[in-house]
Design a protein around this ligand. Sequence first.
Ligand code: MLT
Length: 263
Amino acid sequence: MRAQLTDIVMAYDEAGSGPPLLLIHGYPLSRKLWAPQLAALGDAARVIAPDLRGFGESDAPKAPYTMDQLADDCVALLDSLEVTEPVVVGGLSMGGYIALAFWRRHAARVAGLILAATRAGADSEAGKAGRDAAAATAREKGSEAIIDGMLPKMLAPSAYADRPEVVAEARQVMAGAPVPGIVGALMAMRDRPDSTVLLAEIDRPVLVIHGADDVLIPPSEAEAMHRALSHGRLVLMPNAGHLLNLEQPARFNAEARTFLTAL
Ligand code: MLT
């Protein structure tokens, strides 16, 4: 499905009915990431999964983007779908950075947060330099170079040995990411503010869920967020890497369902 927002067309999937659950993908991914949740959680929630600007089938205007803009795009999508009640905002990795921006800018619209495979802090100086280097690679060599570089870090190490179908799925979720989207998101991540101070003020339930084998964002980041939250639950999923919802969908969906029904 597609929605015309102020300056872009945003593609999205929607399934089920009930309290709204917005699922925000990470970088350099697409809404295909959430296929196992769209398939399974529709009896517990109205699940809405957009392609962020620059990814999947959404328009990809020129870089740079900002986290605030990406969060505001999600709000504009909710408005266009006439979702007026508070929403559970779930985000994976960069999607989590956007979920925290959503909270900072639109707290009244948040019923709860699912922070998956993410962190609250900003980029270090070395991290920022890495974003610039990745943007240069994307511009010079195209998006396949970025996807080839990311794929070996997306899953638990054991998945590359034992689960070729999950590796293929992860590649599919990244396939076709356009260069403007990759560069735009890299700039947004490089310049994002530190959201650590926000955590203590979040007065809604928060599920912090992380793969124990995540090599892109270590589980210690999830533990640190959980310590700073006053309404947080921490789940560390064994045998799961960065794309934990795709790698271990049954466990992820069970945790999400428990969280949603307790709200
Ligand atoms: C993501 O998966 O969204 C990104 O790898 C996060 C990041 O690079 O900080």
